[in-house]
Design a protein around this ligand. Structure first.
Ligand SMILES: *[C@@H]1O[C@H](CO)[C@@H](O)[C@H](O)[C@H]1NC(C)=O
Ligand SMILES: *[C@@H]1O[C@H](CO)[C@@H](O)[C@H](O)[C@H]1NC(C)=O
Length: 472
């Protein structure tokens, strides 16, 4: 007894403290390479906008003494980032290193010494520029990832200035001190700029659909359950991946099990959707009462010889024909509990437990209950990605009927198999499939397209491998 109690207590603990993700996202080296390209483009764009404030100062030059100089209208003309690497530092985050960068700057110069005045323009070439920064990825208060630049360092290796206009004997005297002043000023600008470019990435990350609306019943929560795990070859992100009733977040009586994505590298991104996520959907729809359906004769295709009336049913259960002649019938299919979803390699199965209540429709529209059946059915599911949504289609594997209660005497339920199969195949399943075909939103950022997408059904989860394209 005590042991039982202990075990049940242990079983309960994960309910309240578990932070196992329902959805896992793995960003592979290929995905990180794409991220690098986006980051470099963004940094390049930023560097092009770099503006140096006007500078002025005095330099002592022999033999003429102190000379006042000013530099104005300095503008970036060209920036090159020939080598950029984004490496993953396990436990920390990605590290962006740029070496051999260069830029060209144009500006105007002016010097004064008593009555000597001179001015002209200059071109400045900076080469051998290197900078590196580590990126920290944390969870922001909304559960979205947020990156920031830490430990940034920048160095400008070589600098050369070429003056134009004015007297060369004069500017050659102070060229060196001016170029070192610019070098210092420039060096100070790079890291704040990189930090800025990195924090701009957050505008994109903020578009993560942490609460994705599905329909009038449900929404999916995709907030991060912990900070991303960075290994040498991937960044792994755990998302909640749980369906909730809109506005009312009631936890289901089960929680996500641990699952791990297999080591795949061909796509940029791998998304693992656990059976927990799908079961939480089933829980939500069932709780919302959305998994019940009244079935009337007009819903059954006219080609079917099986009709929902007391004549058809009376053939199998004579009492029905005798007591309720010439009446139409109605069935209420209602989930008894949330369906169970099983993912095994190449096999997605949904087992559902429903009750089927049969009514005769009296001429005054009153429904007279005839009998209640318990229906356990198993459907095989084909799961696929449609756009940025996870969709599905099911077909009936098998069904099992038992008699619940009867107001029309005892009968062998087996004789109703063909009727129920017709109802499932022609009414219930097409309706489910119409719903499933609409799909459920996957975690996405901004205007993201999925390309080269493949999906595998694996143990306890489905794995989507995909490349990503951002369109604006
Ligand atoms: C899938 O698994 C279910 C049991 O979970 C089994 O009944 C069914 O036959 C399997 N289907 C295939 C195609 O293997
Ligand atoms: C409707 O008809 C049935 C059967 O004739 C009868 O038992 C029932 O009382 C009627 N209900 C109403 C509301 O008239």
């Amino acid at each position: 007894m005590f042991l039982c109690w202990c075990l049940s207590l242990v079983a309960l603990i994960p309910l309240t403290t578990s932070t196992n993700p329902g959805v896992k996202v793995k960003l592979t080296a290929k995905g990180i390479e794409y991220g690098r390209q986006l980051a470099v483009a963004s940094i390049l764009q930023k560097l092009k906008t770099i503006k140096l404030d006007d500078m002025s100062g005095k330099v002592r030059v022999s033999p003429i003494g102190k000379v006042k100089y000013s530099l104005k209208n300095m503008k970036m003309v060209e920036v090159g980032l020939p080598t950029a690497a984004l490496d993953l530092v396990p436990g920390t985050g990605p590290k962006l290193s740029i070496v051999n960068a260069n830029f060209r700057l144009h500006g105007n110069w002016r010097v004064r010494k008593h009555f000597v005045k001179d001015s002209g323009s200059f071109n400045l070439n900076a080469d051998d520029i290197s900078f590196s920064t580590s990126l920290s990825i944390k969870t922001d208060p909304t559960g979205r990832p947020a990156v920031s630049s830490i430990d940034c360092g920048a160095n400008i290796g070589k600098m050369s200035v070429r003056f134009r206009g004015g007297a060369s004997w004069l500017y050659n005297l102070f060229k060196k001190s001016i170029s070192s002043a610019i070098q210092k000023a420039m060096q100070k600008k790079i890291c704040p700029l990189v930090a800025n470019a990195v924090s701009d990435l957050n505008n994109n990350l903020k578009t993560l659909n942490v609460l994705a609306k599905v329909d009038k019943f449900a929404e999916i929560e995709y907030s991060m359950v912990a900070s991303p795990a960075v290994s040498k070859t991937s960044i792994d992100i755990g998302l909640k991946g749980e369906f909730y009733n809109i506005g009312k977040h009631q936890e289901p009586p089960f929680s996500p099990a641990v699952f791990s994505l297999p080591p795949q590298i061909n796509n940029m991104l791998y998304i693992g959707v656990s059976s927990f996520t799908i079961e939480s959907a089933a829980f939500v729809y069932n709780t919302a009462g959305a998994l019940s359906l009244y079935i009337t004769d007009d819903m059954i295709p006219t080609i079917s010889p099986i009709r929902l009336n007391t004549r058809t049913f009376g053939v199998f259960i004579p009492q029905i024909a005798k007591r309720f002649p010439g009446l139409m019938m109605k069935l209420l299919v209602k989930m008894a509990k949330a369906p169970v979803i099983t993912f095994e390699p190449n096999n997605a199965t949904v087992q559902s437990f429903a009750s089927v209540t049969a009514y005769a429709i009296q001429p005054n529209a009153t429904l007279t209950p005839l009998f209640v059946l318990n229906l356990v059915s198993s459907v095989g599911a084909r799961v696929f990605v449609s756009g940025t949504r996870l969709a599905g289609a099911v077909t009936l594997n098998k069904m099992d009927l038992t008699l619940g209660t009867s107001d029309v005497g005892d009968f062998q339920v087996g004789i109703l198999n063909s009727i129920l199969q017709t109802v499932l195949n022609f009414v219930v399943i097409p309706r489910m499939n119409a719903q499933l075909a609409k799909g459920y939103p996957l975690p996405t950022l901004g205007k993201m397209n999925l390309v080269n997408t493949q999906l595998l059904v694996l143990k306890d989860h489905v794995m989507i491998g995909t490349d990503v394209q951002f369109t604006g």
